[in-house]
Structures are given as C-alpha cells and as structure tokens.
Design a protein around this ligand. Structure first.
Ligand SMILES: NC(=O)c1ccc[n+]([C@@H]2O[C@H](COP(=O)([O-])OP(=O)(O)OC[C@H]3O[C@@H](n4cnc5c(N)ncnc54)[C@H](O)[C@@H]3O)[C@@H](O)[C@H]2O)c1
Length: 335
C-alpha cells in the first residue's frame, strides 16, 4: 500500500488536466514530461513547477525510483509502450482513453498490468461527470424502472485538429473519441452482446475512414441501444445521452446546463419533467485523480482498470468491423 503519492505527468497538452487533478488532490508533483520543450515550458510555467522537475524523456520518469504514480496523456498509438514501461518499473499508472487502438495492444496492457501488481486506471473521464454519475444512481435505485433502451452520441468536429497521430487510419473516430459514448453505455447499461454498424464519409477528406458511424447494439436480453459518432459534425460538441426505462427517462444533454428526468405518476404516465440542476458538461479531472489516488492509498480495486478499458476498445473495434463488413459482430470480452 502506498501512503505518499509522488506523481509525474507525461504529455502536457490534455495532460494538463492530470496535473490539475493531482494538484487538486494535493499530491506532490515530482516531474512533468513532454518531448516538446516549448509545450513542457508552457505547462511548467503555468503551474509554477520548478524547471529541475521538467523532463523531455519519459524514461527519466521510468527510472526515477522516488516516483510511484504516473499519468500518461500522449498519442493513443503510444499508450501501450509507455504504460507498459511504467508498469514494469513498478509505477501506478493513470492512462488516457482509449486504452489503445488494437486488440494486440489492449491484450498486452491487460497482461502487463496484471503481472505488475500496480494499480492501473484508464481515464474514462465521463464516468466522473456529475450528471452521468447521477444517471447511474437513478438507474441503480430503480427510479426509471428497468432500462430497455439507451443511447449516447459523441459528436465533435475534428476538422481543425485532424492531423498527425489523429489522422492515422488506426485512430478511427469510433475508437479515439466514440469510446467515451461506448464506455458510458457499458457503464450505465452493461456489455453489448452484439453490434451492427453503418458508416458514412462526407466531411473529413483528409482521412480514409468513415467520419460518421451509427451502431445499434443488443445488450442483455430485451435491452437495446445505439451509439452515434460523428467527427466531422457541423455543430458544437455533444455527448447527448438518453436512458429509457419502463418507469421513466433520463436525458443528459451537455449542450444544456441541466439534466431532465421523467418519472411516471400513479396514472402510469410521465407528465412534467423534473429539471435537475447538475453539471452535464464537466470533465472532472480532480474527481478522476482522487478516485485513482484512493485506490492506491487504500488498496481498492480500480473500476476502470485495464480490463475495463480493454472491453470498451473491443466494442469500438467491433463497431468499426461491422461497419466495414456489413455483418453483426459479437465483441470478445475474453482478456
Ligand atoms: N479524456 C478526454 O476527454 C481527452 C481529451 C483530449 C485528449 N485525450 C487523450 O489524451 C491523449 C493526449 O491527447 P492530446 O490532445 O493531449 O494530444 P496532443 O497531440 O495535443 O498532445 C500530446 C502531447 O504529448 C507529447 N508527447 C507525445 N509523445 C510523447 C512521449 N513519448 N513522451 C513525452 N511527451 C510526449 C507531445 O509533444 C504533445 O505535447 C490522447 O490519448 C487523447 O486521446 C483525452
């Protein structure tokens, strides 16, 4: 059990959220790392981290025996190598989503995480969004009865930043971004047994894969769902998620400041919606880090461990395969 967390953060673009998460928790930041010196300097200065703690080679963190917790926010293609190097060196690892982009890589991370005995968390940050946490609570308390249909969408215009590693064909939008919506439905409803998908490609000529995909899913018997992913959409970012139950409906629309809940009355009908004043659009990095820290300090299991991150990627890969082949695909959760 680790009592004192000595933290390093690798990747200083989105990874700044991890620095904020660790700082918000009150952990000691022992090192920040980015292979781009300008980016590293900007982050170091922004957070007042002294220059002697800036490193450009992540192996300096791997080899630093004092550091015991490391967050990784670098291109998806490199998650496996860096996360596995850290785990093999005995570090607890918080790795950005998606866990990785291929079946081979996710299997290897699961294996190395198991062997390491360290805590591993994949940053499926939507599980810490207050409205989605509330939705989970409402489902589990039976407020909306039995879920029979659930849908989530990830619509985010990548046009302005679709270059470099994000334009790699292996980084299909369903895996790279759609994993948020897929993970959310897995968490709220369960693992889909079958998926069927259809894709279109009209908006992002710089990539040779679909920029919009609709996937329908069969969850357990008599429960269905849908995920829509668009990475070229001409609108603001949305992760609208709706959960339909036999006694009510939850609507989380992150373009709205509140969530909406319908619950049937004694007449069996849902009349006026309840407006719940809770944040729908909040990537809560402080909560994410604090949950990870709690798992380390108190030796608790991590809910979004490597296997859980792997299952989400597996569903995303099944969607991509179905859209390509026109066939129903059954995800293989055997890790
Ligand atoms: N949870 C979310 O909502 C969310 C949002 C954005 C990005 N992400 C994820 O975070 C990760 C990073 O995304 P980003 O938007 O910051 O990408 P980015 O390309 O903007 O930044 C990545 C940074 O990592 C640095 N880097 C790359 N390889 C490195 C290495 N081996 N060692 C040290 N530094 C290295 C780069 O110089 C760059 O500054 C990706 O996995 C992405 O999918 C998650």
């Amino acid at each position: 059990m680790e009592k004192k967390l000595v933290v390093a953060n690798i990747g200083m673009m989105f990874g700044m959220a991890h620095v904020e998460g660790a700082m918000g928790y009150g952990a000691e930041i022992a090192a920040i790392c980015d292979c781009n010196e300008e980016t590293l300097r900007a982050a170091g200065e922004k957070y007042g981290i002294p220059e002697e703690k800036w490193v450009t080679d992540y192996m300096d963190i791997v080899n630093n025996k004092d550091i015991n917790v490391v967050s990784v926010a670098i291109p998806d293609q490199d998650h496996k190598k860096v996360a596995c190097d850290l785990l093999r060196a005995g570090k607890h690892v918080l790795c950005e989503k998606p866990l990785a982009l291929t079946r081979e890589d996710i299997e290897e991370i699961v294996k190395v995480a198991d062997e390491s005995g360290c805590k591993f968390m994949v940053g499926q940050i939507c599980r810490f969004t207050p409205a989605f946490e509330k939705a989970k609570e409402l489902i589990e308390s039976g407020t909306i009865g039995e879920v029979y249909f659930a849908e989530s969408e990830y619509a985010h215009d990548y046009m302005a930043f679709l270059k470099g590693w994000r334009a790699d064909p292996a980084r299909h939008g369903v895996v790279g971004g759609g994993c948020h919506a897929v993970d959310l439905l897995r968490w709220l409803v369960g693992d889909p047994e079958e998926v069927f998908a259809y894709g279109t490609h009209k908006l992002l000529p710089q990539v040779d894969y679909d920029d919009a995909t609709i996937a329908i899913m069969k969850f357990r018997e008599n429960v269905a769902g849908k995920v829509f992913v668009s990475t070229g959409c001409k609108r603001d970012y949305t992760m609208r998620t709706v959960i339909y139950g036999t006694k009510g409906t939850i609507i989380c629309d992150n373009t709205s400041p509140t969530m909406t809940l319908f619950v049937v009355g004694e007449d069996g009908l849902a009349h006026d919606p309840q407006i719940i004043d809770i944040e729908v659009n909040n990537h809560n990095a402080v909560k994410e880090f604090s949950v990870f820290a709690d798992a380390i300090v108190n030796d608790k299991p991590v809910a979004t461990d490597a296997r859980e991150g792997a299952k989400t990627v597996e569903v995303c890969l099944a969607i991509v395969e179905s859209a390509k082949t026109g066939k129903i695909v059954k995800p293989n959760y055997n890790f």
